[in-house]
Ligand binder design. Structure first.
Ligand code: NAD
Length: 447
């Protein structure tokens, strides 16, 4: 425990001492405003470190479990064993957060860790590769840099656990590589996060929160609302409020705002710009290739078969898909792959609860976007095509821990054990069953 603590303290020192360098790297890679970087890439990582340090003793402790009559004198418990050597592969969009949050869990659980940050967020990768190892024990921590060729080579090795966050396509390759060694893994993938907006709504509040969620890190967030789904009437009422929110947040020309980020590279810029050909531009639509700038944009009249409704947007472009009502919205959401997050806005709690109850997604937030990811006490992870396994706080610790079921017995009391030895008799069986059977609880017996 002391060793794990020193490593976690070292990470905390890295975050404190290199805060300026981290914020500069994020700005150089994604033009991320320092405000955003401090809030999630530094703040949320520190929350993870502090949560782990506060709870480490409790998380690591053996967990004693219920016993049956036959094992009354024994000790039955779950031992929290580390897996061994963990590989963490992270994407470009939150380079520190998505590398260091799982790292906290992996260290807290007692593993050796190799991290492979994204080569696309170059400055963040460089900082992690050059500076982070100086803070950790080199016997238990290493950073590997490079693109898909390096990662493919790295994955030929046998790891004890792999945590991967990134696209679904690469996720399948990672899972295939892991299967060769039967390595357990967690996949944190992407998807299209629906955002239902009800006719009973405070439209300006909903618009503020949706615009914030879609524009945060220029829409390059796995939990960003991917598309709005609502009726045509609701769309008409929502659009002026979305316009108002964009103007309020970023001024008349968002390109001049220091609070609005950029696409990570030319390839992603061109991919998102191509999506502007879908439907019709209702707000924004301006682009500047030399600056990798895409304005906060709202598209209307998009069709289900158009690319914007087929692929994850991962940029500041918000399509509005219209339906006849709540039932059709739920039907549409359920006809697609299960997303990482689902959002519902309504003043009527029953509507929010209906979307929650009738759909399936990795996480959910009613009347806001993204905010569920800011709580260290909530698990973060997908379901179906958006991935499997959970990170954040206790969930990260559990992810990187092998729960070893243990029973220790005393050498004596052989008379009690003899009922299970041959020669078998009906009486022995009845005694053994009495001592080991799990009986159904009958609520009436409590009365
Ligand atoms: P990506 O899949 O291109 O890259 C992720 C990592 O995989 C990088 O480190 C990269 O070097 C490596 N990689 C790339 N090609 C590889 C290959 N052929 N073999 C092995 N490794 C390879 O993802 P990205 O573009 O960096 O990130 C965006 C995607 O990640 C989006 O789909 C987003 O939704 C998803 N994402 C998911 C989460 C989550 O928590 N669920 C978080 C952030 C991003």
């Amino acid at each position: 425990m002391e060793y794990r603590r020193t490593q976690l303290e070292a990470l905390s020192r890295f975050m404190e001492e290199k805060k300026c360098e981290i914020l500069q790297a994020l700005n150089a890679d994604l033009r991320r405003p320092a405000f955003e970087g401090e809030l999630d890439e530094i703040g949320l990582v520190m929350n993870e470190v502090n949560t782990a340090l506060n709870n480490l003793e409790y998380w690591m402790a053996d967990e004693h479990v219920n016993k049956n009559l036959a094992m009354t004198f024994d000790s039955a418990f779950i031992r929290k064993d580390p897996y061994g050597v963990v590989l963490i592969i992270s994407p470009f969009n939150y380079p520190f957060y998505l590398t260091l949050v799982p790292l906290v869990g992996a260290i807290a659980a007692g593993n050796c860790v190799i991290v492979k940050p994204s080569e696309l967020s170059r400055c963040s990768e460089k900082l992690m590769a050059e500076v982070l190892p100086k803070y950790f024990d080199p016997d238990t921590f290493a950073v590997v840099t490079g693109g898909h060729e390096t990662t493919t080579k790295l994955l030929e090795n046998k790891f004890d656990y792999i945590e991967y966050a990134g696209s679904n396509t690469v996720g399948k390759m990672v899972m295939t590589a892991a299967a060769k060694h039967l390595t357990p893994l967690t996949l944190e993938l992407g998807g299209k996060n629906p955002c239902y907006v009800d006719s009973c709504c405070d439209f300006q509040n909903a618009a503020n929160r949706i615009v914030w969620g879609k524009s945060y890190n220029a829409g390059q967030a796995c939990t960003a609302p991917d598309y709005v789904i609502c009726t045509a009437d609701t769309q008409d009422r929502l659009i002026p409020c979305l316009r108002q929110a964009i103007r309020c947040f970023y001024g008349c020309n968002p390109q001049e705002s220091p609070d609005f980020g950029r696409m990570i590279n030319d390839e992603h810029f061109r991919r998102v710009r191509a999506l502007l050909d879908c439907g019709q531009v209702a707000i924004g639509g301006e682009t500047d290739e030399s600056d990798r700038y895409i304005a906060p944009t709202v598209l209307v009249n998009v069709k289900e078969w158009e690319p914007i409704m087929q692929q994850e947007v991962f940029g500041p472009v918000l399509p509005i898909f219209t339906v006849a009502g709540l039932d059709e919205a739920i039907q549409y959401i359920n006809s697609k792959d299960r997303p990482l997050a689902a959002y519902a806005f309504s003043c009527d709690h029953q509507v929010v609860n209906r979307v929650l109850a009738c759909t399936s997604s990795g996480g959910f937030c009613g009347n806001d976007c993204l905010m569920q990811a800011f709580l260290v006490s909530l698990p973060h992870g997908g379901i179906g095509c958006s991935g499997f396994g959970k990170i954040n706080g206790r969930f990260s610790f559990d992810t990187f821990t092998h729960q070893r079921g243990c029973l220790t017995r005393c050498m004596g009391l052989e008379a009690l054990n003899s009922v299970r030895y041959p020669p078998y008799t009906e009486r022995k069986l009845q005694m053994l069953k009495f001592g080991t059977d799990v009986r159904r609880w009958n609520p009436c017996t409590l009365l």
